[in-house]
Ligand binder design. Structure first.
Ligand SMILES: Cc1cc2nc3c(=O)[nH]c(=O)nc-3n(C[C@H](O)[C@H](O)[C@H](O)COP(=O)(O)OP(=O)(O)OC[C@H]3O[C@@H](n4cnc5c(N)ncnc54)[C@H](O)[C@@H]3O)c2cc1C
Length: 468
């Protein structure tokens, strides 16, 4: 394949390498900003880690792992809405927690109390905590919001910090651990306390809508791999799948001149490298350090279960004090039949010794403990999917290692959830990175390409409580 600059098209040609959310977001901004865009994705379908597979039982697509965003993910919501795909996400204000004894807590932030007081009903609703524990939790959230972290390699982990400020072990195990591990995809004894602070401030305290769960109602493979790509093409972008970029070319001045895909060469005025850090390190070893001792990844496991009937009577629930962390009913997707559900386990390193049968038995046993309908249901099919490099491990000091979009080569910019966005490795982080990269390319090619959209606004009371 060769994409030549067309003589009658004077728009700058930007090649985006990688069709994950970062590359898709960059392409959208660049096309909107007046660039000619060619997006090259090595797999058969765009979407990257936000991926789906063929449902072996009911047909159609099932997400390799259920993804959720939150109300604070302004760029995720904006990207989907801007592409006219707002019908493919649902907002749930209620979080269900299921305590160790099986008590259900319906936790809904207030829609009318000013932030951060809107959290009062959510905290008060946690039936598995005593009044004293609820008060400790509220105090812990406030202290964390007002904490200052050095973000250095010797900064405390979230667990060290929580113990240091005297959070009760039950509150750590039954709130902090599931919430932080689900939000950051990494274990509470490894994450930087600054990352935990971001979860609490941006995801809970900052705004009445911050903690609203934003759930895709279509398989990600359709939402991003098909509908978003179709929208991009309608905006004039060229999207090529099954095209692995094998090299980047530059001239004597160090300016990028194009990329190669095997034997083919594609000329470019600028390149956005939107691939995971190891792939970026292979393609641009002078710009990206990608050794294992540099950036580390954290695994996430999804346990897919097909029962002979519906066993989950809630749309989703956080199971605290168990191996299973989140269960999703899975009836969002028209392809799955009524008996499908999915259990997500973040930071699943060494989960039950890597024994898949044991994982299924454990998870099914836990569902039978808390969902009466599961007790007599027959399990028809099970599949355990672990992505060992699901997210960047946000350990102390990692932010200093995450590269900015702008590199030493003027017309090559980086994107990806692992780059320096200030956000953890999430869909929101990936989309922000793509938009930041697009704006940086705009500055190089002389076009006003817009970047990220603003965070949810903070009231004076929030600023007073949060301290900055
Ligand atoms: C199991 C799991 C659960 C998750 N849960 C959540 C969640 O609930 N909420 C949330 O917000 N986030 C979640 N995430 C994280 C989220 O999926 C990622 O942060 C985001 O999708 C990363 O997007 P990206 O574009 O930066 O990278 P990627 O998605 O990795 O995209 C990079 C793309 O580059 C392509 N590529 C690589 N090399 C080449 C090459 N040489 N040429 C061309 N193309 C190439 C790859 O095929 C890939 O498509 C989860 C991730 C996983 C794996």
């Amino acid at each position: 394949m060769t994409v030549n600059r067309s003589p009658e098209d004077s728009r700058p040609h930007v090649v985006v390498v990688g069709g994950g959310l970062a590359g898709l977001a960059a392409s959208a901004r660049l096309a909107d900003g007046g660039c000619r865009v060619t997006l090259l994705e090595s797999r058969r379908r765009c979407g990257g880690r936000a991926a789906s597979f063929e449902d072996p039982v009911a047909g159609g697509l099932v997400d390799a792992c259920q993804h959720v965003a939150m109300g604070c993910c302004t760029n995720f919501i904006d990207l989907v809405s801007h592409a006219g795909l707002g019908d493919a996400i649902r907002r749930d204000r209620t979080l269900w927690f299921i305590g160790p004894e099986g008590h259900r807590s319906r936790c809904t932030p207030s829609a009318w109390l000013p932030a951060p007081l809107h959290l009062a009903p959510l905290l008060l609703g946690m039936r598995h905590f005593s009044w004293r524990e609820k008060a400790s939790l509220a105090w812990g959230m406030l202290r964390l919001a007002r904490s200052v972290s050095s973000q250095q390699a010797d900064a405390p982990t979230a667990l060290e910090w929580l113990r240091h400020v005297g959070q009760p072990e039950r509150v750590i195990t039954l709130f902090w651990q599931p919430v932080i591990e689900s939000a950051l995809g990494e274990s509470i004894d490894l994450v930087d306390v600054a990352a935990a602070r971001k979860v609490v401030v941006d995801g809970f305290l900052a705004h009445r809508d911050a903690a609203t769960l934003v759930v895709p109602t279509e398989p990600l493979g359709r939402l991003f791999g098909e509908r978003f790509v179709e929208w991009l093409r309608q905006r004039g972008a060229t999207v090529e799948t099954s095209q692995a970029v094998t090299g980047i070319e530059w001239d004597r001045e160090g300016r990028i001149t194009g990329v190669t895909c095997g034997e083919s060469r594609i000329a470019a005025d600028a390149v956005v490298l939107a691939v995971p850090w190891k792939a970026a390190g292979r393609l641009a070893p002078d710009l990206v350090v990608s050794g294992d001792d540099h950036l580390a990844a954290s695994p996430i496991t999804a346990v897919h279960l097909w029962f002979d009937r519906q066993v989950i009577d809630l749309p989703h629930a956080v199971l605290v004090g168990r191996v299973s962390q989140w269960v999703f009913r899975g009836d969002e997707h028209d392809a799955t039949d009524g008996g499908y559900c999915q259990v997500v386990i973040s930071a699943s390193r060494g989960l039950l010794g890597g024994d898949r049968r044991a994982v299924v038995d454990q998870v099914v046993g836990e569902l039978r403990d808390v969902f009466p309908a599961a007790q007599h249901a027959v399990l028809r099919e099970a599949k355990v999917v672990t992505d060992p490099t699901a997210v960047l491990s946000v350990r102390p000091g990692v932010d200093a290692l995450r590269p900015a979009a702008v590199t030493a080569r003027p017309n090559l910019v980086l994107a990806g959830d692992w780059t320096a966005t200030g956000w953890p490795s999430t869909m929101e982080g990936a989309i922000r990175s793509g938009r930041m990269a697009a704006a940086a390319v705009g500055a190089v090619v002389g076009l006003p390409v817009p970047g990220v959209v603003a965070d949810l606004p903070r009231t004076p009371l929030v600023r007073l409580v949060v301290g900055r």
